[in-house]
Design a protein around this ligand. Structure first.
Ligand code: CP
Ligand code: NVA
Length: 336
């Protein structure tokens, strides 16, 4: 039995693979508790007086705001440090930066490119480091996503969950591995050149066998992947840092767009739609306008119709980022 108030103390949250199924479930369940406390106006200042550094090499709306609000709700102080604010890797090594930040702060969030930078910060700072997204993994997003599924269906085990789109980015990696661990039937649907790397599939297969018990599928066949799906999930076709790839991704991924026809192909009228956000579902952004001009498309990975439909729980999912990030901060840094 995992005790969320004791068993995570001082630990970093860098990748899903570092936590057992029971530990991931405990963090999700603790978020349910914290969400209820927030809604009831019950104070939960488990990190009174603690200082938290928020390092962002890449931009963010949800993750940044979730860390800020969660830290303040817990009684702590967040300090935002953007790409141009500190030396990290430019004039000072990540190791030295970690040693300095560890003298000032009680916890460090890191969003950036290299997973190894998150690991170096954890190794040398001496305080918990939380991965707010790297090129490889997006573990805090997983807690929010599977909380949203659990709230909606009342369970995780046995849920069929299909991710369609860029299958070798941080989101696909994290969903495949975490879902496999938590007992869902995980399916990744992507064209052959964009399927997860073999080591990620191997890791997920092993976790499905030893911890989750669900069935996994990696395929380019949309009909097979979405049949009977309870959840259809997608992410942007071009992740942060690869903005020169729009043309090739549009060519490869257009058949994998989440639209009404795809939602109907599940054969269930109870299928929900999820997306980590931000999403390209209309032309109300600078990128959206540019894509319309260059490629004549008014949406990419999901149509506006599906995005705004009753099946879409994307804003519940976004809210859950805050409750689940609070769970991680409190469990690893809190005093109970
Ligand atoms: N889903 C997510 O991580 O959103 P941000 O990039 O806005 O933090
Ligand atoms: N795959 C996306 C996720 C954004 C939350 C990216 O890395 O840009």
């Amino acid at each position: 039995m995992v005790d969320v108030r004791k068993d995570f103390k001082g630990r970093s949250f860098l990748a899903e693979k570092d936590f057992t199924r029971a530990e991931m479930e405990a963090l999700i369940d603790f978020a349910v508790e914290l969400k209820a406390m927030k809604k009831a106006g019950t104070p939960h200042r488990y990190c009174e007086g603690k200082n938290v550094a928020l390092l962002f090499e890449k931009s963010s709306t949800r993750t940044r705001c979730a860390f800020v609000v969660a830290t303040i709700d817990l009684g702590g102080h967040p300090e935002y440090l953007g790409a141009n604010d500190i030396q990290l890797g430019k004039k000072e090594s990540t190791e030295d930066t970690a040693k300095v930040l560890g003298r000032f702060f009680d916890g460090i969030e890191f969003r950036g490119f290299k997973q190894s930078d998150a690991e170096t910060l954890a190794e040398f700072s001496g305080v918990p480091v939380w991965n707010g997204l790297t090129d490889q993994w997006h573990p805090t997003q997983m807690l929010a996503d599977f909380l949203t599924v659990k709230e909606h269906f009342g369970r995780l085990e046995g849920i069929t969950f299909t991710y369609c789109g860029d299958g070798r980015n941080n989101m696909a990696n994290s969903l495949l591995v975490t879902g496999a661990k938590l007992g869902l039937n995980m399916r990744i649907c992507a064209p052959e050149g964009l399927q997860p790397e073999q080591w990620v599939i191997d890791m997920a297969e092993e976790l499905a066998k030893t911890e989750g018990g669900g069935k996994l599928m990696v395929t380019s066949d949309v009909d097979a992947a979405v049949k009977d799906a309870d959840v259809i999930y997608t992410d942007v076709w071009v992740s942060m840092g690869e903005e020169d790839k729009f043309a090739e991704r549009i060519a490869l991924l257009t058949p994998y767009q989440v639209n009404s026809e795809m939602m109907a192909k599940t054969g269930k009228d109870t299928t929900i739609f999820l997306h980590c956000l931000p999403a390209f579902h209309d032309t109300e952004t600078d990128y959206g306008k540019q894509i319309e001009k260059d490629f004549g498309l008014t949406c990419m990975e999901v149509t506006d119709e599906v995005f705004r439909s009753p099946a879409s729980l994307v804003f519940d999912q976004a809210e859950n980022r805050m409750h689940t990030i609070k769970s991680v901060i409190a469990a690893t840094m809190g005093t109970f």
